[in-house]
Design a protein around this ligand. Structure first.
Ligand code: ADP
Ligand code: MG
Ligand code: ZN
Length: 712
């Protein structure tokens, strides 16, 4: 087999189809559409055509009812099995569908605006254009819709569900509604007489094909395709890349669709499949490939900081695996991305605008990545913070810009005494400032995240446990400020991790949450009603020093049996040595670390697994108490101990759930940070930026995003 062939006459020469996400009740404007229609020169004048085909997608109606069928419920973010059918509690009805017909085909509707835009651009470009293809999305007929409305004079209200009937008439009603919608599209289209457009076909939004005792999309799609083809139109599909879909793709043209484009999903998930694999599957199945790009850092994707590198791979792979010129392609970009790329100050974003244009043109040439050396990727004059993260094991430094991008990063082991630590901290700050200077960045401040009790007002560490040796009465702010002309803020590492989650991470829109940082020790930070809890002295959320064993060993904080003595990186090693003598010979070695215990558990060591389960349970006991007191909607866990894996975290979660008061536990989500070892750095940077941070720092209570809405 080969890819879905581009440039076929029966597809009116379809090559590159761009997805245009519309928002309910927000008509497209010529100003927005021109970026998709024409390539603009540096003065904003059209000098060539851009996409040849346009797919309009709306996911919601004005009423709030759903147009789409599936929703990403995934927690794993693995890309495999993250999508499920959603039985919408809010199914659309005939009035909604009429609204969509008007949105597409009404006076001043999307197609009218597109037609006018193409007309205006051709005046500028000065060459005739082959009619641009248009593909329209069919609304999904939800099986929760029991009274869609009547589509003929009979007054018979269509029922899509199996309530009061069997599956066959339910499916028949769904087909009738889709057929009615199709016929309306064709009727209105022929009345409108657009000059520059060709109606290529219809798009099916659900990304898999479902069949069960209450839904039969298999029959529906087979029959619907006949209806669509009978009007001289094509039926298009863009399925997600999961092994579940492969068998459907293999024979899709025999049953359901005329043209399919496979989504690699490579841009959204840390783990998963490569573009090489996706293009091989597409090629094997006679499908096209979908290009994917999100510009906004605020999008809930797990590869945020890698998106430039990953998108470069979509472009390069188009040459390497031949889909740039050998396949029809679909282009997903998130709303307004192309326009923002064109207008962007960051040369990397701006360059992608031209690269996409060359790709669509078939003239893109492979570029190397990781992209250009660091100095080229900064917006000149950008502001940056120098951030320090000091823990019991590692001292880290990062230079972070005001969008949360870590531009520079270095890490050393935490030195063994106060003077040496202080010396290293100052040296690292100077290294960060030198980096700013060399790269034309304006430093706005220094943020320090440190273990121990911190006097936030004075910028001093008051004391800490033995995990950071001698780390008491340290005037860090003074020490740093005496050497450089820049302001310094200091906060406890638990607080900083919480700030990072709130600003950049899993708790972005969450007002009540507990953040737990699991490293050498256990730190915490608590948000109550949208504010970081500081208490009288900023000594809040010392989760690590909650006792889970009244007769346990003495902790350097003065208490006995603190959970940190069992469940932290240092505690696991201590516990393994003192109370788990069976932990094979490793326990006797000087070098035993939490990481090794995790590795042993992964390789099946029963004692290590047992130790981790018991440790997770201890942490769960402590945290259940916090849950009862603060009633958070989320616990987010960060720190290197995330690498311990299932034995520890499953025991933690089940203990919290079984020991916290039931309705409180039911309202709770437990999430794992995706900020990796950057949480402390990002939190320190955000604290240094304070209110002056642009973009993501403007934390607001965000309602679920409407399609087509963007973050800026
Ligand atoms: P700090 O306490 O310096 O802030 P980290 O968050 O880096 O440090 O945590 C250090 C602890 O995490 C050490 O106890 C180390 O053994 C443990 N650790 C590091 N990597 C892993 C891993 N992949 N799995 C489990 N534990 C790990
Ligand atoms: Mg730490
Ligand atoms: Zn303690």
């Amino acid at each position: 087999m080969s890819y879905l062939k581009p440039d076929q006459p029966e597809y009116n020469h379809l090559r590159h189809l761009v997805l245009l996400y519309g928002a309910a009740g927000r008509p497209w404007t010529k100003e927005e559409l021109k970026y998709y229609v024409a390539h603009l020169d540096s003065d904003g004048r059209p000098d060539d055509w851009f996409y040849d085909s346009f797919l309009f997608i709306n996911t919601k109606f004005k009423s709030g009812a759903d147009c789409v069928a599936d929703v990403n419920l995934g927690k794993s973010m693995s890309g495999e099995g993250d999508f499920f059918a959603m039985c919408s509690p809010n199914p659309s009805d005939k009035d909604d569908w009429e609204e969509l017909l008007d949105f597409y085909l009404g006076k001043g509707g999307a197609l009218q605006t597109l037609d006018d835009t193409v007309g205006e651009m051709s005046a500028g470009i000065g060459s005739a254009v082959c009619k641009r293809n248009v593909v329209l999305t069919l609304p999904y007929p939800h099986i929760t819709q029991e009274a869609f409305g009547a589509i003929d004079g009979s007054g018979h209200n269509l029922n899509f569900s199996i309530k009061g009937q069997s599956l066959s008439p339910a499916t028949d009603s769904r087909l009738k509604a889709e057929t009615w919608f199709m016929e309306e599209v064709v009727r209105r289209w022929s009345e409108r007489r657009y000059k520059n457009l060709n109606l290529l076909g219809m798009y099916w939004i659900f990304e898999t094909v479902y069949r069960s005792w209450e839904v039969d999309d298999h029959i529906l799609l087979k029959e619907l395709r006949k209806v669509i083809n009978s009007k001289g139109l094509k039926f298009l599909w863009i399925p997600f890349y999961a092994t579940y879909n492969f068998h459907l793709l293999e024979s899709y043209q025999d049953y359901y669709f005329d043209a399919a484009f496979l989504q690699p999903n490579f841009l959204f998930y840390k783990e998963g499949k490569t573009i090489e694999m996706a293009s091989a599957v597409a090629k094997k199945c006679g499908a096209g490939l979908e290009m994917e790009y999100y510009m906004d850092l605020n999008e809930p994707i797990s590869i945020k900081n890698e998106r430039h590198i990953r998108f470069r791979e979509y472009l390069n792979a188009g040459v390497k695996y031949g889909y740039m010129n050998g396949s029809a392609c679909a282009h997903f970009q998130g709303a307004g991305s192309l326009e923002r790329m064109y207008n962007h100050k960051d040369p990397v974003e701006r360059e992608f605008y031209e690269d996409i244009y060359h790709f669509v043109n078939g003239t893109y040439q492979v570029k190397t990545y990781p992209p250009p050396p660091p100095r080229c990727i900064f917006v000149p004059g950008s502001r940056a913070a120098v951030a320090i993260d000091l823990g019991g094991t590692n001292l880290r430094m990062g230079v972070v810009d005001n969008s949360g991008k870590v531009l520079h990063w270095s890490q050393v082991e935490t030195p063994p005494d106060k003077q040496l630590i202080l010396h290293s901290v100052v040296a690292k700050v100077q290294e960060g400032l030198r980096f700013c200077k060399a790269n034309g960045l304006t430093p706005v401040g220094v943020g320090v995240s440190t273990g121990g009790r911190v006097d936030f007002e004075k910028g001093e560490v008051v004391d800490s446990t033995s995990l950071i040796p001698g780390w008491k009465n340290v005037e860090i702010r003074n020490a740093i400020e005496s050497g450089v002309d820049i302001s310094v803020v200091v906060d406890n590492d638990g607080n900083c991790s919480a700030v990072a989650e709130r600003v950049f991470g899993k708790a972005k829109c969450v007002d009540n949450f507990i953040s737990i940082a699991l490293g050498t020790g256990i730190g915490g930070g608590i948000y109550v009603d949208g504010k970081l809890l500081r208490g009288q002295n900023n000594f809040t959320a010392e989760i690590g020093h909650v006792s889970v064993n009244s007769d346990g060993p003495l902790c350097s904080c003065g208490n006995r049996g603190c959970v940190e003595l069992y469940a932290s990186g240092s505690g696991l090693v201590r516990w393994a040595r003192d109370e788990f003598p069976l932990l094979s010979d490793l326990a006797a070695r000087d070098s035993l670390s939490a990481k090794e215990i995790g590795d042993m558990a992964r390789s099946g060591d029963r004692v290590a697994i047992d130790l981790l389960k018991k440790a997770g349970e201890k942490l769960g006991i402590a945290v259940a108490g916090f849950v009862n007191i603060f009633n958070p909607s989320m616990i987010v866990i960060s720190g290197s101990l995330l690498g311990l894996g299932a034995p520890y975290f499953d025991a933690f979660e089940s203990t919290v759930r079984s020991r916290a008061i039931k309705p409180t536990a039911d309202a709770l989500r437990i999430e794992f940070s995706d900020l990796r070892n950057e949480a402390g750095i990002l939190g320190a940077a955000a604290t240094a930026f304070g209110d002056s941070m642009a973009g993501p720092l403007r934390v607001k209570a965000v309602k679920p995003k409407q399609d087509g809405e963007t973050d800026d």
